[in-house]
Design a protein. Structure first.
Length: 297
């Protein structure tokens, strides 16, 4: 397949799946198998990092007004009852640290799991079931809203999150790092709902937590590749003009598609649930496991 066409396709896959609770990692690994390309090759490994960065950068653009509002109220918050630790930006930092340290220490295990379709398939399948059950438990209260008597949902806005919720979500996100296919957004959304957050507030926190988490992870890996370190490294001097063009196309496509995906997903969640995504995960997870068992991958 032409490399520009391949870049266009992979950029679309990354942009569509990075922030939906379906796991972009799983979909890129499936694309690798179906299209017979090696994403472990030095150049294509760096390519996947670049398109992830493209997707990540859509978030500060999309949420720039919310980010500006949070910065203007830091550290006391809009009602003056917050601290640097309990302000939404502080809570994001807390969850990031809780996720980042264990994930860094488990880098070798994460790399091994990335190569296993069995791990990815089971993560998709089990994660889909968990998402379905959790969302179904909260569906009635989401429909009735904050005024419903006896509602277990007590956090309807990201501004009202607690430190305990942030710690819990950060701990649960470790699962998505260790078990590819779990999905960062799935783990943070389901964890947030279990901790008493609404769909919309859990989703927004998921997006905010994605910014430092993904920038740190992808930036570190990209730097190692460009400096010629790590597994299958590739230095800047080794990249041809055509390869730079392929990288640029993938980056741009991923950014545009991810922006549209985030905008659509935010609107969807305000009026609907996560069940369609849970069903999709279950079907794809079962398909991946069937393929893995048949091929011994």
């Amino acid at each position: 397949m032409n490399h520009y066409l391949l870049s266009l396709l992979l950029g679309i896959i990354e942009g569509l799946t990075e922030f939906l609770p379906v796991s972009s990692t799983a979909h890129l690994r499936l694309a690798e198998k179906i299209l017979h390309i090696s994403l472990s090759d030095g150049y294509w490994k760096m390519y996947t990092i670049v398109i992830q960065l493209g997707a990540i950068l859509c978030l500060p653009v999309y949420f720039w007004q919310r980010i500006a509002a949070f910065l203007s109220t830091f550290p006391r918050g809009e009602r003056g009852d917050k601290t640097a630790l309990t302000h939404p930006l502080g809570l994001t930092a807390v969850a990031f640290v809780i996720t980042a340290i264990p994930s860094y220490l488990l880098t070798k295990r994460i790399g091994q799991n990335l190569e296993s379709l069995y791990v990815i398939g089971y993560a998709l399948l089990i994660g889909g079931i968990v998402m379905w059950v959790v969302d179904a438990m909260k569906a009635r209260w989401e429909r009735e809203g904050p005024q419903a008597a006896g509602t277990p949902i007590h956090t309807w806005r990201m501004e009202d999150m607690s430190l305990g919720q942030s710690i819990w979500i950060g701990a649960c996100q470790i699962l998505s790092a260790v078990f590819p296919g779990t999905s960062r957004s799935m783990s943070t959304i389901a964890a947030g709902q279990l901790a008493g957050m609404s769909r919309a507030s859990a989703l927004e926190f998921s997006f905010f937590l994605s910014m430092p988490t993904m920038i740190a992870a992808t930036g570190y890996t990209l730097l190692k590749s460009l400096l010629g370190r790590g597994e299958n490294p590739i230095g800047v001097s080794q990249i041809t003009g055509e390869q730079w063009g392929v990288l640029g196309l993938g980056f741009a496509v991923s950014f545009v598609v991810a922006y549209g995906s985030v905008a659509w997903f935010m609107a969807w969640v305000r009026t609907r649930g996560f069940v369609p995504f849970a069903l999709y995960r279950i079907v794809v997870g079962a398909g991946v496991l069937l393929f893995a068992f048949r091929t011994g991958s």
